[in-house]
Write a protein that binds this ligand. Structure first.
Ligand code: IPD
Ligand code: CA
Ligand code: CA
Ligand code: CA
Length: 286
């Protein structure tokens, strides 16, 4: 008979694992050669693969009954997300930062049940930032509980938003992304305070959770980029909005996602509507 997952135990296990991997990531940052994946700005190092291999081995030893999805071993359609409890792992999120020794890379460890993000751990070893959460039990940065931001005012016009170019730099998707950036920045349209492009999806979501960023938007994320951050963000009143309405299945690759911090509910809704009205072409939904 299968028992339901022990979530506090799983979270602590992931925190310990994140620290172990963080030591490796920090010690190798800026010291690795790299190779290309899909193109010359989609990069991977031996450490991405070694960390994923360590994580996968450790998880499979401790939790053989659960599934595992990791960026570096993912095979579309084969390692698809199912309802079975699943660990979803990005061994290094922010590989380009890692290669350049810019201290904004992390390990992102998520756990889903019935495809729903349920436990999330994100660790940036350079800055010693350990974000962690269990669905329904609050989110933490290191030892401190993150405050809910549900009563904080929010508006697009006074926002700072993380936007990422991603590694697909050609064709219609790229054009639409760049036009969306323009729309958000332009005086005639979004006119946000500013955008930032830090190069790590998971860290971006974590900083939306703390309220240091108001939102993070990207066309082209995968489950390993977003699962852990999703749990952390929702615990503080933030919302994750998927660009394909009616489909909240995080297992679908290359999704458009908008992550918005906690804020006064009506204002948060207005923020989302205004944000989408600035999105261009196929990145927009009505
Ligand atoms: C990437 C980073 C980047 C984002 C890309 C991701 P990786 O992850 O999070 O900020 O723009 O969409 O793929 O490849 O460094 O794990
Ligand atoms: Ca990658
Ligand atoms: Ca990633
Ligand atoms: Ca990665």
């Amino acid at each position: 008979m299968s028992t339901s997952p022990n979530l506090p135990e799983i979270k602590q296990f992931l925190i310990d694992l994140a620290r172990e991997c963080g030591t490796i990531i920090k010690s190798k940052s800026g010291k690795e050669t790299y190779s290309d994946k899909l193109n010359s700005v989609d990069l991977v190092t031996a450490i991405d693969k070694a960390v994923e291999s360590l994580v996968s081995k450790t998880i499979k030893e401790k939790y053989p009954e659960y599934q595992f999805i990791g960026e570096e071993t993912h095979v579309p359609g084969v390692t698809a997300l199912s309802d079975v409890p699943t660990f979803i792992v990005d061994p290094i999120d922010g590989t380009t930062n890692f290669i350049h020794n810019f201290p904004y890379s992390c390990i992102s460890l998520g756990f889903t049940i019935n495809k729903k993000p349920t436990v999330g751990v994100i660790y940036n070893p350079h800055l010693n930032l350990m974000f962690h959460a269990i669905k329904g039990q609050g989110a933490y940065l290191n030892e401190d509980k993150l405050p809910s931001l549900e009563s904080r005012p929010i508006s697009l016009q006074s926002s700072i938003v993380a936007l990422e170019s991603g590694s697909d730099r050609s064709g219609e998707l790229f054009d639409n992304k760049m036009q969306t950036f323009r729309n958000l920045l332009s005086k005639e349209k979004g006119f946000i305070h500013g955008f930032r492009s830090f190069g790590s999806a998971a860290m971006n979501i974590a900083h939306v959770a703390t309220g240091q960023l108001d939102a993070y938007w990207e066309g082209g994320c995968h489950s390993w980029d977003v699962t852990a951050g999703w749990v952390i963000l929702e615990e503080v009143g933030g919302v994750a909005v998927c660009g394909n309405p009616g489909e909240d299945d995080i297992g679908v690759d290359n999704r458009v996602f908008l992550f918005v911090r906690g804020g006064v509910k009506e204002e948060q809704k207005k923020f989302i509507q205004e944000f989408w009205s600035n999105c261009q072409g196929t990145l927009k939904y009505e």
